[in-house]
Design a protein around this ligand. Structure first.
Ligand code: SF4
Length: 233
């Protein structure tokens, strides 16, 4: 293959990625985008650039009590993305999402037979990237301030399936006040992906009843089935 053909193919690939990103933003309701060179970055490069740009963010009052900004972690080309509500004390200290008790339960849920995801092959993040004081729920204006960060992450990742953990993340992503008990168990369209809500692992730790565990297990299996049908990699 000569150099001209390779360059043409690289350009075609870059334009294909640009088209997919723009369609994703359009599906999420974005009417205008300030186009910069970042749109031609690979997912790895785009996520790294976003994380660097986020350092020192003071767009909402959660910046005042945080130790670190917990951007998210996992595979930069994951088509399965997990979104919680916000970092807790362990996450704030380590700079990584879902590393405390709830995180250990999430890891077990993802790795369970029949779901069979390792943490390395999915991407895990939160609706807000800084720890709410005392582990309170993030407030509406904090979720709104951090929403563009999550939208940019999803634009780079282009997931096929989003697993939303708990009512705060689910209601914020879907723009609804419906309780998690009614939202879970269903597949919700979300741009070019689908969103599947389930209970937050912290809630499951507080409510060890078999009924909730069974419902969460059903949601995980549903998410896995959707992923197997939609994945392209
Ligand atoms: S929660 Fe998000 S918007 Fe608020 S300070 Fe942290 S990174 Fe910035």
């Amino acid at each position: 293959m000569n150099g001209v053909v390779r360059a043409r193919e690289a350009l075609a690939e870059a334009l294909g990625a640009l088209g997919a990103t723009l369609r994703h933003h359009r599906d999420l309701g974005t009417a205008e985008l300030a186009l910069e060179g970042a749109y031609l970055l690979s997912p790895e490069e785009a996520l790294s650039a976003q994380e660097r740009a986020l350092q020192g963010c003071r767009k909402c009052k959660l910046c005042e009590g945080r130790t670190t900004i917990v951007f998210g972690s996992g595979h930069p080309r994951a088509e399965f993305v997990v979104i919680g509500e916000g970092p807790g004390a362990d996450e704030d200290a380590q700079g990584l999402p879902f590393v405390g008790r709830a995180g250990q339960l999430l890891t077990k849920m993802l790795e369970a037979p029949g779901v069979s995801f390792s943490r390395d092959e999915v991407f895990i993040t939160n609706a807000v990237k800084c720890r709410p004081p005392g582990n309170r729920n993030p407030e509406a204006e904090e979720l709104a301030a951090c929403a563009p960060v999550l939208a940019a992450q999803l634009g780079a990742l282009q997931p096929k399936v989003i697993l939303a953990l708990g009512s705060v993340a689910t209601q914020s992503l879907l723009g609804t006040k419906e309780p998690i008990g009614r939202l879970r168990g269903r597949v919700h369209p979300y741009g070019s992906a689908v969103l599947i809500p389930t209970f937050h692992p912290a809630f499951l730790l507080r409510n060890p009843g078999q009924e909730y565990k069974r419902m969460a297990w059903d949601d995980l299996k549903l998410a896995r089935r959707e992923y197997d049908q939609r994945r392209t990699r």
